[in-house]
Design a protein around this ligand. Structure first.
Ligand SMILES: *[C@@H]1O[C@H](CO)[C@@H](O)[C@H](O)[C@H]1NC(C)=O
Length: 390
């Protein structure tokens, strides 16, 4: 994909009224040219509807995060603009279909000063796109791809071959090597062709390694050993010759990263079309690896692009001001690691707001992992990202 992002730098004059009258639910609280009150009544949140109109809308957030969220202190021109200034292609986010009815969320998602790229979180996965063999459904993926195209955001495809969220027919089947090769080729070809020309990159193979650096014993590996990776990459390249092909996941240096390093080296040696490696980066606040930059660098040295593809930094709830300050530092360090290596092309956070993060459902008691809180208010982490790109 070669279309260029046009990034509008908005100069915004902030009229801060010293005495903030409280706006009631549904009242206007902001927007271009608005000089009235900007503080919403308790229980409601000033929510951007569009550039000209913000409205007090009842917040659905739990009070734990927002009560302790000291908020962002910077007046910022947005994360995408910060990333571009640092020489990166994009700052992006994952999103999903259920929250597309949340107007305030969609307005933020569509703000190209903040996000130059979006990644569908679930709707392109195998169970979503080919629930029955040979029968493809693209509706949910189309919704998100069309939004990105309309917004002039780069869309990252996620993901073609992964051991999770597979349909039963595939996972429970008994396949010969020839059959499974054809299944991978048919799936990859059909899905990549469907969105050909509209995507910037595809995560072709996701999470091929165990933590210890051995190959994950997925249905693909069981039948085809490491062959399945090049099979998928080649089919994807044939279906959309321009799209960037990625393979991941790793964070800092370690056995898993070494496994990935050897794989990429090997793929390049056999001429398989691999363009990039994703540093997944589902991290824990206070224990972010210090070797992320060194890790990015070693892949850059192999001649592939690197992207941070699923960044979030979780903490034990409830969030406190001290924990949010630590998280700010953590975000800053991760972003800086990408900034410092030219081949690191962009960063994707795994959704925008704590309201829609996957973390609490998978790691009970953990959360508050994203730069916007449950009321879509910027957290200190937001400033950390800006500082990391500075
Ligand atoms: C988009 O984000 C930027 C940066 O935070 C902000 O200044 C601007 O007001 C936002 N635009 C809209 C339309 O909300």
């Amino acid at each position: 994909m070669t279309f260029r992002l046009s990034v509008a730098l908005l100069s915004v004059a902030l009229a801060l009224s010293p005495i903030a009258a409280q706006q009631q639910e549904w009242a206007q609280c902001g927007g271009s040219g608005w000089t009235g009150g900007t503080t919403c009544a308790t229980g409601t949140v000033c929510t951007v509807v569009n550039q000209w109109y913000s409205q007090c809308i009842r917040g659905t957030a739990s009070s734990t995060t927002s009560a302790s969220n000291p908020g962002s202190t910077s007046v910022s021109a947005g994360l995408q603009n910060a990333a571009v200034k640092a020489g990166k292609l994009y700052f992006g986010t994952a999103t999903d279909n259920p929250m597309q009815t949340d107007q305030a969320y969609v307005a933020l998602l569509s703000n190209t000063s903040e996000f130059g790229s979006i990644t569908p979180g679930n709707s392109m996965k195998w169970d979503a796109t080919e629930p029955t063999r040979g029968t493809f459904t693209f509706t949910n993926g189309d919704t998100l791809v069309n939004l990105g195209v309309k917004n002039k955001q780069l869309v990252r495809g996620h993901t073609l071959v992964w051991h999770n969220q597979l349909p039963g027919w595939l996972e429970n089947g008994q396949w010969t090597a020839a059959e499974l090769t054809k299944i991978i080729q048919d799936h990859t070809t059909t899905v990549v062709k469907h969105w050909a020309g509209k995507l910037y990159a595809w995560d072709v193979v996701n999470e091929p390694f165990e933590e210890d650096g051995t190959y994950r014993d997925s249905i693909f590996y069981k039948v085809l050993k490491t062959e399945y990776i090049a099979i998928a990459l080649r089919a994807a390249r044939a279906a959309d010759p321009k799209v960037k092909l990625y393979d991941y996941n790793i964070d800092g240096l370690g056995s898993k990263s070494t496994g990935m390093y050897n794989l990429v080296k090997n793929l390049k040696a056999q001429g398989a079309p691999i363009d990039g490696v994703g540093i997944q980066a589902h991290l824990i606040s206070g224990s972010v690896p210090s070797s992320i930059q060194a890790n990015i660098q070693q892949f850059a040295d192999l001649g592939v692009d690197v992207a941070i593809t699923e960044l979030d930094i979780r903490m034990t709830l409830p969030a406190t001001a001290a924990k949010l300050a630590q998280q700010k530092t953590d975000y800053q360090n991760v972003i800086k690691a990408c900034k410092n290596v030219k081949a690191c092309v962009g960063v994707t956070i795994w959704d925008i707001t704590d309201k829609y993060s996957w973390i609490p459902s998978v790691f009970p008691g953990q959360g508050a992992a994203l730069p916007w809180d449950e009321n879509l208010k910027k957290k200190p982490a937001y400033d950390g990202i800006v500082a990391g790109f500075a």
